[in-house]
Write a protein that binds this ligand. Structure first.
Ligand SMILES: [Zn+2]
Length: 456
């Protein structure tokens, strides 16, 4: 399982997103459900002899037909799904696959490559010369918890009724026999540093570095058809400027510049790394302008607030997107969330210390919990406060109160179950698929733990 992916959502099976069966769907659930058509399987013709595969796994990938061969841009996440896309594409062209260009090294764009090599015709595999750098620091430090958190973020352990979609990808389940086999991993055999013009079977393309989501990100520009393949610097959601599974700082300023670069191409077609392509010069310009302005707004306000001495908690409120941007389709927080971006920008530049000297050496959690419970009037009163918060549908506050109690009574199954229910409420009222997955999975983990301790 590739957990270094931007959206670790495996898929060989599905053609339709999972149904949602919550008794009374919340507004957030309805909104997230409304984008499911975005992920329906299709081979979309975006220009003469250029097709984009969508819904065959988590990411998009594209077929360009040249004089005597096919050039592929990215290769999907899972071999079975990518093989199904190839089979469908064979109704369109029977020419050999001669080249693959990778927009970046995330597994959801890379790991489906195997079927395209079956005929032994692939000659060139392109990627940037720093291909695969994101995971190196984790490996070197011995970080492994990102995998556990990645499973929560992706919702792999959730039942289908709790997964609507992954915000920018269908929510589906792999069969273990179809999982990616690392023995079939593909690496580029051609690389470049900043920019290169190549011609393959009569198709002239420009590959250019475009640091954003990752430091090995590129865009592919097909000038004859005015198509830009943006990789994961663009998809229809607020971008995952911070991934809650845990990532090194994703340079938000670079991401703004990357979107600006895409905009400067004045393309007729924009193929993002996920979600359906955007067609039309005006539509592309509007989408990229909105995207750039939204990210840039949050970045600029965050820096402004930082320089006024604000803490991350204060900045989240200060840097809220204005409604005219917040309601734009391409900025809706289905996958990433602006609040997380704000915190990440702060941390990316200044590190963990929020600037308030109170927080240089804060009370340990046990001591703070003891004092908060005493402040509430004792444990009995604290539990009453928790119940009241639940009754008032103050789910976030309920979680915070439950945390104090569970620090002091770590085996209190009743409070675990109350917190699990609060997490469920938070999930159902959130449009961000990754947050929902994390809440629902954590709630399930708490319920499992509650079963293993003595009832209270
Ligand atoms: Zn991706």
């Amino acid at each position: 399982m590739a957990l270094t992916t931007c959206t670790p959502s495996p898929d060989p099976q599905s053609t339709a997103p999972a149904p949602v069966s919550l008794a009374t769907p919340s507004a957030a659930t309805k909104e997230l459900t409304s984008i499911n058509p975005e992920f329906e399987r299709a081979l979309i013709p975006v220009a003469d002899k250029v097709h984009v595969a969508i819904g065959y796994g988590a990411s998009t990938f594209s077929f360009i037909e040249g004089d005597s061969g096919i050039i592929l841009i990215d290769s999907g996440q899972l071999p079975v799904a990518s093989g199904q896309a190839l089979k469908a594409y064979r109704q369109i062209s029977n020419k050999p696959i001669v080249a693959i260009i990778f927009t970046h090294s995330h597994g959801d764009h890379l790991n489906g490559a195997h079927p395209f090599f079956a005929d032994g015709t692939v000659e060139q595999i392109w990627g940037r010369d720093n291909f695969g750098t994101e995971t190196i620091s984790f490996k070197q430090a011995g970080i492994t918890i990102n995998r556990v958190r990645g499973v929560r973020q992706a919702g792999f352990k959730l039942p289908p009724e709790k997964r609507i979609n992954n915000g920018i990808a269908p929510a589906v389940y792999p069969k273990s026999k179809d999982a990616f086999n690392p023995a079939n991993a593909v690496r580029p055999n051609q690389s470049f540093k900043n920019r290169i013009n190549i011609t393959i079977r009569g198709v002239a393309l420009t590959l250019a570095q475009n640091d954003g989501e990752t430091a090995d990100q590129i865009y592919v520009w097909y000038p004859a058809k005015r198509i830009v393949f943006a990789g994961d610097n663009f998809y229809k959601s607020w971008p995952n400027l911070y991934a809650i599974r845990g990532t090194p700082y994703r340079d938000v300023k670079s991401w703004v510049a990357a979107v600006n670069t895409l905009l400067s191409l004045n393309a007729d077609v924009l193929v993002g790394g996920h979600t359906r392509p955007i067609l039309g010069t005006q539509e592309v310009r509007e989408a990229l302008t909105t995207y750039r302005d939204g990210i840039n707004y949050v970045f600029t306000k965050t820096i402004e607030g930082i320089n006024r001495g604000m803490t991350p908690d204060e900045l989240v409120d200060y840097a809220q997107l204005p409604s005219d941007l917040a309601n734009q389709r391409v900025l809706r927080p289905y996958y990433g969330h602006p609040d997380w971006a704000v915190r990440s920008i702060f941390n990316g530049y200044l590190g963990w210390f929020d600037g308030n000297p109170t927080n240089l050496f804060p009370l340990l959690p046990q001591k703070e919990a003891e004092k908060m419970v005493a402040l509430a009037g004792g444990m009995t009163q604290m539990k009453r406060d928790l119940k009241r918060a639940m009754d008032n549908a103050e789910a976030q506050w309920a979680c915070q109160l439950a945390d104090y109690i569970l620090i002091l009574e770590p085996n209190n199954s009743k409070v675990m179950l109350m917190k699990a229910d609060a997490l469920r409420q938070l999930a159902e009222n959130n449009v961000t698929a990754t947050a929902r997955n994390y809440y629902f999975t954590s709630a399930g983990e708490l319920r499992n733990r509650a079963r293993t301790v003595q009832p209270k």
